[in-house]
Design a protein around this ligand. Structure first.
Ligand code: ACO
Length: 331
């Protein structure tokens, strides 16, 4: 009989473009102020990818860093999942493009779309594939080139988002370590609150759709705000309760980085100390699916997260979707 094993993250990597756009820069584009953006969101600056580059460019670099840190050879990867709402193109999947760029020969590859919750959904998929014995080493990448679908004339959205990519390698680890519990959920009745209306089969790209700016992100910020605090709190509690943990057992919480007030609202309800919460939204804004893995990689590389720490990753996003994962860190 095969011995029991856990499933966990064995390598992390990330990439953010070097080009910084500050709140002051945005003051020149729309009627906004550094003061408004800072107090309402906590964001000070974000990264913007060069116009001639795309999601797969950032995904490849983050993935190479994750594979290097895992100690595996890239040919050991047998599945690539890319979580993104900004694929290079509608098809083929960005995962296939990245597979070719990385020169990985024997891996299946697909994209997964769960907006800002994409990384948590992809991690849950990786867990299921490995636990069931279908695959051994899964590369999970979240890469977002949101500046390409941003209306830099709409102050309601353009101040919030940024570009970046994070990646992890998921594999077998010691039994009772790695991913201990998971929760993912969706409520399609909230699809109207956050979307990119054109470019799909409902409203194909046309002169008309571009004129009406339907290829840009649309958002009802207030509705998303209220949902986000509740969803992050509930999902974090669920992954703790499922394994009889309380907030005292948690060493770090890595939330989706959309708005400092959302993070503070959820943390207050969870009664977790502020110094246990990893924040990078001031530097990068909301990078959608990439926010959590970039924050995770930074926390791991800085030495903040240590072996046997219990970590909650928790997010919410368009769909509406939400999800959390509780991990006993193994590196
Ligand atoms: N600068 C200055 N004023 C602004 C700006 C801006 N950038 N944006 C909006 N305002 C104005 C509004 O027009 C409004 O003015 P009015 O009162 O004259 O009408 C006023 O500020 C207040 O607007 P609200 O929308 O009520 O501001 P709020 O405090 O709710 O903050 C925000 C808006 C930051 C968008 C907030 O609602 C939020 O963070 N929501 C969640 C969004 C989110 O998380 N989205 C990402 C989901 S992830 C994904 O799946 C892609």
């Amino acid at each position: 009989m095969e011995r029991e094993f856990g499933v966990g993250i064995i390598g992390t990597g990330s990439y953010v473009p070097s080009n910084i756009m500050t709140n002051k820069d945005l003051e020149k584009l729309v009627d906004t102020s550094d003061e408004w953006i800072t107090t309402r969101t906590g964001i000070k600056e974000r990264r913007i990818l060069d116009k001639d580059k795309s999601t797969s460019f950032m995904a490849k670099i983050a993935a190479e860093r994750a594979i290097a840190s895992s100690g595996l050879n890239s040919q050991d990867i047998d599945l690539i999942i890319v979580a993104t709402i900004t694929p290079d193109m509608a098809f083929p999947s960005t995962a296939c493009i990245v597979q070719e760029e990385l020169g990985i020969k024997n891996a299946a590859a697909f994209d997964l779309e769960a907006a800002c919750t994409g990384f948590i959904y992809a991690l849950t998929n990786a867990y299921a594939y490995i636990k069931s014995g279908i695959y051994k080493n899964v590369l999970v990448i979240s890469s977002e080139n949101l500046s390409k679908i941003m209306d830099f004339k709409d102050r309601n959205t353009c101040v919030l988002f940024g570009d970046g990519a994070g990646a992890v390698v998921v594999s077998q680890v010691e039994a009772d370590k790695g991913i201990l519990s998971m929760d993912i959920g969706a409520d399609g009745s909230g699809a109207k609150f956050l979307n990119q209306p054109a470019g799909g089969s409902l409203i194909p790209s046309s002169e008309e759709s571009v004129k009406n700016k339907l290829h840009f992100i649309k958002m009802e910020g207030n509705s998303v705000f209220k949902f986000a605090i509740k969803a992050m709190t509930k999902s974090s509690k669920k992954v703790m309760e499922d394994i009889n943990f309380t907030i005292k057992d948690i060493d770090y919480l890595i939330p989706h980085q959309a708005n400092m007030r959302i993070i503070e609202g959820a943390c207050k309800r969870l009664e977790i100390d502020k110094d246990k919460v990893c924040i990078n939204l001031d530097k990068y804004g909301n990078m959608s699916a990439a926010s959590i893995p970039v924050a995770l990689d930074e926390a791991v590389r800085s030495g903040k997260i240590k072996k046997n720490d219990n970590i909650i990753l928790v997010g919410f996003g368009g769909g509406l979707t939400w999800g959390a994962t509780l991990i006993k860190w193994t590196l």
